[in-house]
Design a protein around this ligand. Sequence first.
Ligand code: DHB
Ligand code: MG
Length: 222
Amino acid sequence: MAESTPANWRRTDEFLSDLLVGHDPGLDAALAAQHDAGLPEIEVAPVSGKLLNLLARFSGARRVLEIGTLGGYSTIWLARGVGDGGEVVTIEAEPANAAIARTNIDAAGVGDRVAIRIGRAADVLPTLEGSDPFDLVFIDADKESNTIYLDWAARLGQSGTVVIVDNIGREGEIVDDDTTDPMVIGTRDGLRMLADDPRFDATALQTVGIKGWDGVALALVL
Ligand code: DHB
Ligand code: MG
């Protein structure tokens, strides 16, 4: 049996990606563009992008909310998942990222179904009140605000809405009671909210792969 090392996690992840995810010119171009623009390589792994796409399709999601666009890689996966006539609203705090995302999303051929809202999510989310409920919410932004984002996911969703939270593993740091890292504390507070808040039923999976040791939480709005 191979040793459980980051290099072997990567090899196995690449095997799975090559086998099950393959290549899509729009997604590959988005990754290349955001790499060339110097964005941090913190977009979801291809296997996770495909997971988002499948979750959208499993749940029949037509309206998706994404918090944290970065360069639009996960946005394109979600936009492919909602199909023709579906829509994705994605929120990005950094205008330069949003500009890169707009180009990537348009080049991938899904620009007509993606609205990018520029601003801090805590400011943009209240402006979405009164729109049709979202069927799926993907939270992948500043981890310090995860409880705020989960509250909005429940408010802007409805019974049956799927909620996905990225980066819940954080290299195992979430079980370190002594941590002072605000991202870890925010992540753990979000997990506690998923446990305690009666609006949610949830689980979480750890992941290893090209993005190291991390994880994803999956919740249903009750
Ligand atoms: C970070 C954020 C992410 O969304 C991610 O997937 C990985 C890392 C970060 O801010 O460190
Ligand atoms: Mg992330």
